[in-house]
Design a protein around this ligand. Structure first.
Ligand SMILES: *[C@@H]1O[C@H](CO)[C@@H](O)[C@H](O)[C@H]1NC(C)=O
Ligand SMILES: *[C@@H]1O[C@H](CO)[C@@H](O)[C@H](O)[C@H]1NC(C)=O
Ligand SMILES: *[C@@H]1O[C@H](CO)[C@@H](O)[C@H](O)[C@H]1NC(C)=O
Length: 248
């Protein structure tokens, strides 16, 4: 009897150790992808928050090409982070807020359509950048539980961080400060987020430039068909200043 329970225990131990090994084992060249930002990168997080249809893309004709259903991406198919994941040979990165069993070792996507670097941008309808970083901190904790402190640090240091943010801050701006001052507030908030990721080990960052915002179709629709140059100018200023900020 004593023998039986001893072997039962060792079977249990061994079972646990196989579990530990399999969950700790990641190939040496494994790279995770963590994604933050706005609708250019949102894979459907807004499906799971209390918001309005304006901030969602979970209806036809969104998603009609690649996924064959409206996933919540503001696109008929894949977004840039989806292509990058596929080129990197990792699975397409799911939305953080999607319910169900979650595995973070390939990374996760926090982006929310309509979000800006400032909490005021579409406040109450989106997951702002600060909240996205809070979620990232939770993921870091859960990775430490799964992989241990050293394993989590290694994964986060090797990971790639893609961030698309700023457009919504300029599109919704209604303060009377100068462009220079407003851009520096946006980049100040982005810098706070970057420092948080850096502290957790993040080193590889990727940013798309802001688009010529004044020429977005819905902007032109409002202006009777013309590009709004002031908006495109502030986007250019943001891009130039972002580069300087990153060099620092
Ligand atoms: C969602 O937002 C609406 C409008 O702001 C509000 O009336 C409603 O109570 C909210 N629902 C939940 C579940 O928070
Ligand atoms: C713009 O003004 C509205 C109304 O005063 C306010 O609720 C909103 O937060 C402001 N937006 C920004 C980006 O400051
Ligand atoms: C971040 O944005 C807020 C407005 O939402 C502003 O008051 C604050 O100064 C900004 N922070 C930095 C570091 O620029």
């Amino acid at each position: 009897m004593a023998n039986l329970s001893a072997s039962y225990i060792s079977f249990l131990l061994c079972f646990t150790c196989i579990n530990l090994i399999s969950s700790h084992y990641l190939p040496e060249n494994h790279v995770a992808l963590f994604i933050f930002g706005d609708s250019l990168f949102d894979p459907g997080n807004n499906n799971y928050i209390n918001t309005t249809a304006d901030f969602r893309a979970n209806f036809y004709p969104y998603g009609e090409t690649f996924f064959k259903y409206p996933t919540g991406r503001f696109s008929d198919g894949r977004l840039i982070p989806d292509f990058i994941a596929q080129f990197a040979g990792i699975p397409i990165i799911p939305p953080y807020l999607q319910p169900g069993k979650r595995k973070f070792t390939d990374g996760v996507n926090f982006a929310s359509g309509g979000a800006g670097a400032l909490v005021e941008s579409h406040q109450g309808f989106v997951v702002d950048l600060e909240t996205q970083i809070k979620y990232f901190n939770k993921v870091e904790k859960s990775l430490r539980q799964e992989l241990g402190d050293a394993g989590a640090k290694k994964l986060l240091s090797k990971a790639v961080y893609l961030i698309s943010i700023g457009g919504n801050d300029y599109l919704t701006q209604n303060s009377s400060v100068s462009d220079e001052e407003f851009v520096s507030t946006v980049l100040g908030n982005l810098t706070v987020a970057l420092k948080e990721i850096y502290k957790k080990g993040g080193r590889k960052f990727g940013f798309p430039n802001l688009l010529p915002l004044g020429c977005l179709p819905y902007m032109k629709a409002q202006s009777g068909g013309y590009c709004i140059d002031e908006l495109t100018d502030i986007a250019k200023l943001h891009n130039a200043e972002l580069l300087k900020t990153l060099v620092k």
